[in-house]
Write a protein that binds this ligand. Structure first.
Ligand SMILES: [Zn+2]
Ligand SMILES: [Zn+2]
Length: 364
């Protein structure tokens, strides 16, 4: 079928809309009419060609309706509303224990730009192949074919242009607090970088009853938003003696830190402000060389912990977060700004410049 999709090609500032051919769903796949797709920083990195092969259709926070069901698919029907999350095999030990972001095949399935058998679902009008199946979805498009496991069915009355980011960014922030760190009532957390992931973590920390929630960012307006969403304390990233100031919040340092930034110095600060037996979690890697102060890790029994996808089982946590949102306890819609699909170039530029927290493209 003929679709409209935003294609990432080398040496371009942003994906550009093109008419492409999309093949029908194969065995175990669904054809989804995309209504909305969030833009995440991983899309920006992938657009440069560093993570996935080009040319490719990116997009990994898609939401839409099922248009057709492939052979062998059970549990989905035409018309179902779905949020799309990552791709996983469904058979390895982490998939079967509800941790699909650590699937043995996570990297090729999410970043390989093709199905596990090597095929792609997209081509130009003259038949040149275009990489597909980015995070199992390639949802910067009017339609996508996705593996069944990538789809999470949700209630049909939920606005898709609001909930699309639950597929990655919001899930990562909230899942890091709820599932990975299991932050509980009375515990303390400092969050470095309050973009979409960090602010989702702030809201989740308030939800679970954290006693002190400290937000740190270079952008003062985001610190203000963090306070509105539940942060009890906020510090500009250039605050003098920042680590001491954060430690003073509790008098003995923080139980947890969550680092959403790539700056090597922030990785050091995130460990230095930990209390004894604290955990420093991170969701993105430091740019450039960095190594932890091992004596500090040892002498305080501290831990450094990488997190992918918030350790979430999307089919459990996404519907849960929607219910919290409907109850007014998880107001992540405040992060979202909508754009018509054709304005994807503007949305890419604005999120890269920090002018918008969570852009969501509207395909319909
Ligand atoms: Zn993402
Ligand atoms: Zn697996």
């Amino acid at each position: 079928m003929r679709i409209s999709a935003a294609v990432s090609r080398p040496q371009t500032p942003a994906p550009v809309l093109e008419a492409l051919e999309l093949e029908g769903p194969r065995r175990g796949e669904l054809l989804v009419r995309i209504a909305a797709a969030g833009i995440c920083h991983t899309d920006l990195h992938a657009h440069s060609g560093r993570l996935s092969p080009l040319p490719i259709v990116l997009g990994h926070e898609g939401a839409g309706h099922i248009e057709a069901v492939g052979e062998g698919v059970e549990g989905f029907a035409r018309g179902d509303a779905v949020i799309l999350s990552g791709s996983s095999c469904g058979a390895c030990p982490h998939c079967t224990s509800g941790l699909p972001s650590y699937c043995d095949e996570a990297m090729p399935r999410n970043f390989g730009g093709r199905r596990p058998d090597g095929s792609v679902a997209l081509a130009t009008g003259d038949g040149s192949p275009i990489h597909s199946h980015f995070f199992g979805q390639s949802s910067f498009a009017t339609y996508a074919v996705v593996p069944e496991r990538t789809a999470v069915r949700i209630d049909s009355n939920v606005p898709l242009e609001v909930v699309a980011p639950l597929g990655c960014g919001v899930l990562t922030g909230a899942g890091s607090v709820i599932e990975s760190l299991r932050v509980g009532a009375g515990s303390t957390l400092a969050i470095f970088g309050v973009g979409a992931v960090g602010l989702s973590a702030v809201m989740a920390a308030r939800l679970v009853g954290a006693e002190r929630i400290v937000a740190i960012d270079t952008n003062l307006s985001r610190l203000e938003l963090a306070r509105q969403l539940g942060a009890t304390d906020g510090f500009a990233a250039n605050t003098e003696d920042l680590v001491d100031r954060i430690r003073e919040v509790t008098g003995r340092g923080m139980n947890y830190t969550l680092n959403t930034t790539t700056h090597p110095d922030v990785f050091t600060s995130a460990i230095d402000c930990l209390a004894m037996r604290g955990v420093a979690a991170f969701v993105t890697a430091p740019r450039g060389d960095w190594s932890p102060h091992m004596f500090k890790m040892l002498s305080g029994g501290r831990m450094l912990r990488g997190i992918l996808g918030g350790d979430a089982a999307p089919r459990k946590l996404i519907p849960q977060l929607i219910r919290y949102w409907q109850q007014g306890r998880f107001p992540f819609d405040q992060l979202v700004k909508g754009y018509p699909f054709e304005d994807i170039g503007q949305a890419f530029a604005e999120v890269a410049a920090g002018l918008v927290i969570k852009p969501v493209l509207r395909m319909t």
